[in-house]
Structures are given as C-alpha cells and as structure tokens.
Design a protein around this ligand. Structure first.
Ligand code: SAH
Length: 247
C-alpha cells in the first residue's frame, strides 16, 4: 500500500513529512475550505502545511439526470444516497491507507482523543451525507467509520466535516503559533479548562481573581487545577473517574 508519510526532498535528499491531506466527498464542494480558508488554518493551508480537495459526488452519477439519490426502500420520507454512485466516488480516491470517515449522527461521538489520532496520521477521506442518509451497503462495503459531532441532526455532513477538520488542523505541527496552548485546553487533561481572564483589571465592578495577578506561579497552577476540577464536577461529571462510595 502506498503511503503519504514522507517523501525525499530532491535537493537535500532529506525525508520531509507530507502535508496532512483531506479529501472530502460532497454534493456541495463550494462549501470547502469554508472558514478553514481563513485565520490560522487558512494561513497554514497557503503555506502547504495541509491540503484539501473537495470531490463532487454527482460527477460519478451515470444516468442522464445525473441522479445521486433515490427513494428509501421500504417507504418513508426523503431520499437516500445511492451506494453505487458513492462507491465510485470513494474508489476515485487512491486507497493510501487514510481513514475513511462518514459524517453521521449514528456514528461514534467525536472526541479530542480521536482528533489527536487523526492529526498524527497522513490525512482523512471524509464522506458528507445528505437527505435521509446513505445506503447501508456502501458503508459496509467500503468499511466507512461513522463519526458524529453531537446528538442533533444537521441538514448535511459538510458542517460536520468542517468541524472535524477544524479540530484536527489546529493541532497539526506548526499551525498554532503557541504550541503550549492546546496542552491545557478543555478535554486535553481529561478536565474542562479553568476560567480565563485578561485586562482590564476591573470590568463592570468585577475584578480578576487576585491569585492570577500575584505572580506566584505555583499558586496560580493550583488555583487553575482546582477550578478545572470544580467546573468539571459541576458541568461534566461524566468526564471524571468514578468516585469511591463513602460509607
Ligand atoms: N436520517 C438520518 C439523518 C440524516 S441528516 C438519521 O436520522 O440518522 C443528513 C446528513 O447530515 C447525514 O447523512 C450526515 O452526513 C449529516 N449529519 C447530520 N447530523 C450529523 C451529526 N450530528 N454528526 C455528523 N453528521 C451529521
């Protein structure tokens, strides 16, 4: 199997890592790179730190109406993406070992852990569903990994794909200026992040907590840790290890 991992630089003879590559299969290629063409991700894209190609699924329709969907077998509302058209679109992308993800509300919920794993790889192939979804047989036949971005229904997989790519791209090497931010972030340490403050010192009568302006780094670290634990206990107890039962 071909790999995207590294290629030899012709002038120096040194192996340079290949940029992270996203191939997105969609009925709306104009939605890409979307907001990822702006700000830090956009500059990284211009520098070639990552790449994106949007593939029009409709280009793989073969009938004269170029139809990509049909009515659900067994009846019901809406339309379903055809497996043959989608399979041809998927097969047009070389199988170079990149994970093939299908954005889907039935998928495993996306986590920062999975985002990190994806960012450490060569890239992703992402399929964006539309209508009522995708014929199950192409999911099985092409072994698509279904990924959800949350318990709600979008009109299409495109904003979900952009969300996943946003999370991945921001942690690619060199994309975020300050490499340290990212380490303390919510979820990275298994906790929600502590509250943040900046100037002015007083805002509408509210002061910055004194410890943060004390210059005592150990005390600041302790305060932040306590805040993170308290916030997580209050809002997301599911993230904490189970508490021993007190007798
Ligand atoms: N009938 C489907 C929903 C289809 S929504 C169901 O009930 O499960 C149309 C498309 O939007 C989906 O195929 C998927 O690609 C995308 N989508 C919708 N909600 C999503 C979510 N929470 N996460 C990821 N993709 C989603």
């Amino acid at each position: 199997m071909a790999t995207l991992a590294a290629s030899r630089d012709q002038t120096t003879g040194v192996d340079v890592p290949m940029p992270f590559k996203a191939s997105v299969l969609t009925l709306y290629p104009d939605m890409f790179p979307g907001h990822l063409g702006l700000a830090l991700a956009g500059r990284a894209l211009e520098r070639g730190d990552w790449e994106i190609e949007a593939v029009q699924i409709r280009d793989f329709a073969e009938d004269k109406h170029r139809s990509v969907d049909d009515t659900p077998s067994g009846g019901g509302a809406g339309m379903v993406l055809r497996p043959d058209v989608l399979a041809r679109a998927i097969d047009s992308i070389a199988d170079d070992g990149r994970p093939r993800l299908l954005m889907s509300p039935r998928g495993r919920p996306l986590t920062q852990k999975r985002v990190r794993e994806l960012a450490e790889g060569d890239g992703v192939v992402i399929i964006c569903g539309r209508f009522e979804g995708v014929d199950q047989r192409v999911i099985d036949a092409r072994q698509l990994e279904e990924v959800s971005i949350g318990d709600y229904i979008l009109s299409g997989g495109e904003p979900a794909a952009l969300t996943l790519l946003d999370a991945v791209v921001r942690i690619l090497p060199g994309v975020m200026g300050n490499q340290l931010s990212g380490v303390h972030e919510s979820f990275e340490g298994g906790l929600l992040e502590h509250p943040q403050y900046t100037r002015p010192q007083v805002f509408e009568g509210r002061e910055i907590p004194e410890v943060l302006t004390s210059g005592n780094h150990a005390a600041i670290e302790k305060w932040r840790q306590e805040q993170a634990v308290a916030l997580t206990r209050e809002r997301r107890p599911d993230l904490l290890p189970p508490q021993p039962v007190k007798k």
